[in-house]
Design a protein around this ligand. Structure first.
Ligand SMILES: [Zn+2]
Length: 267
C-alpha cells in the first residue's frame, strides 16, 4: 500500500500546476487531489461549472453521531502580477525552509493540510463521530463561481462546523467581511484632442470620482474582529487614443463590509 504523501509533498505537487484565474483551468489539480482521495477509499464527486473548471466534494465517513465537519478551500490562484518573480512561480522551490510559489499560501497549503489529514485518517482506519466533508472549489478568486455551483446543484448538505483554510498566519479567524463589487462607468462626448473644449472628457469625470472615493468614510465604528469597512478602486480603463477626448471610462470598486452594513444601504 503506497504511503500517504506529506502535506508538503501535496502542496509542492499542486503549486506546480498552473491554476491562475483567469482563466482558471483547475481540472488537473482537481483530478490529482480526487485520485489521491479516492485511492484512499474516500468518496469523491466532481463538479464542473464550466469546461475544465472542476471542483470536488469528498466525504470521509464517520460514525454519524454528530453533524459533519466541513473543510473548504479553493484551488485557483490569483495572477502573477506585473513585477518579475525572483523564483519560478510554479517551481514550488524550498529556500531556507520556506516554500515559494503562486498559491503556496493562498491556499494550496491549506488544501494540502486537510487532504493529507483525511488520507492519514483513512489509511489508519480511524473514524470520528462526524463525517468529514471536503469542499475543494474552482473559481474562488473571481467571485466564488465554483462554490455557487456546488450550492446550486445541491452538492453540499448540512454541516456542524465549517473550517475555511485560507491563510490567517496560523491564527483562527472567526469571520470575515462581506464583499460588494461594483463596476462604474463614466460617459462623455468625444472630440479631437486639439479641441478639448468641444468634448466632454470622461476620464476627468472618472478621476474626480476616484479621488473622492480615496477619502470615502463609511461612518461606522470598526468591528472588534473585522476592523474597518474598506473600499478600493482596483481597475480603471478609458480612452481609445492619445489625440481624442475620451467619451467612456470604466472603473471597479471593491467594498468590504461589516456585519451591520446592509448592501442596499451601502449602494
Ligand atoms: Zn484565498
Amino acid at each position: 500500500m503506497p504511503s500517504t504523501p506529506s502535506a508538503l509533498e501535496i502542496t509542492q505537487d499542486i503549486v506546480r500546476m498552473d491554476t491562475r484565474n483567469p482563466p482558471g483551468r483547475e481540472v488537473e489539480c482537481a483530478n490529482y487531489l480526487g485520485h489521491l482521495l479516492s485511492d484512499a477509499g474516500i468518496e469523491v464527486n466532481s463538479f464542473e461549472f464550466a469546461e475544465n473548471r472542476t471542483s470536488l466534494v469528498a466525504q470521509l465517513k464517520g460514525r454519524g453521531t454528530k453533524p459533519p465537519l466541513c473543510f473548504g478551500g479553493h484551488i485557483d490562484v490569483v495572477p502573477l502580477g506585473t513585477k518579475e518573480w525572483t523564483v519560478d512561480p510554479f517551481g514550488a522551490q524550498i529556500v531556507d525552509g520556506k516554500l515559494y510559489g503562486r498559491g503556496s499560501t493562498d491556499m494550496k497549503a491549506g488544501i494540502s493540510a486537510f487532504v493529507h489529514t483525511a488520507l492519514k485518517l483513512a489509511a489508519e482506519g480511524r473514524r470520528g463521530d462526524s463525517d468529514i466533508v471536503m469542499a475543494i472549489c474552482a473559481g474562488e478568486e473571481t467571485g466564488c463561481e465554483g462554490s455557487f455551483y456546488l450550492s446550486e446543484v445541491g452538492a453540499l448538505g448540512e454541516a456542524g462546523a465549517v473550517v475555511i483554510c485560507e491563510p490567517t498566519s496560523n491564527y483562527p479567524v472567526l469571520g470575515h467581511k462581506g464583499a460588494l463589487w461594483l463596476r462604474v462607468e463614466t460617459k462623455g462626448v468625444t472630440a479631437h484632442g486639439s479641441m478639448p473644449e468641444r468634448g466632454e472628457n470622461a476620464i476627468y469625470k472618472a478621476a474626480r470620482s476616484v479621488t473622492k472615493l480615496e477619502d470615502f468614510d463609511f461612518n461606522i465604528a470598526p468591528h472588534e474582529l473585522l476592523g474597518r469597512a474598506t473600499l478600493n478602486v482596483g481597475m480603471i480603463e478609458g480612452g481609445l487614443n492619445l489625440n481624442s477626448v475620451p467619451d467612456h471610462t470604466e472603473f471597479t470598486i471593491d467594498i468590504r463590509t461589516l456585519p451591520e452594513q446592509d448592501r442596499d444601504k451601502v449602494l
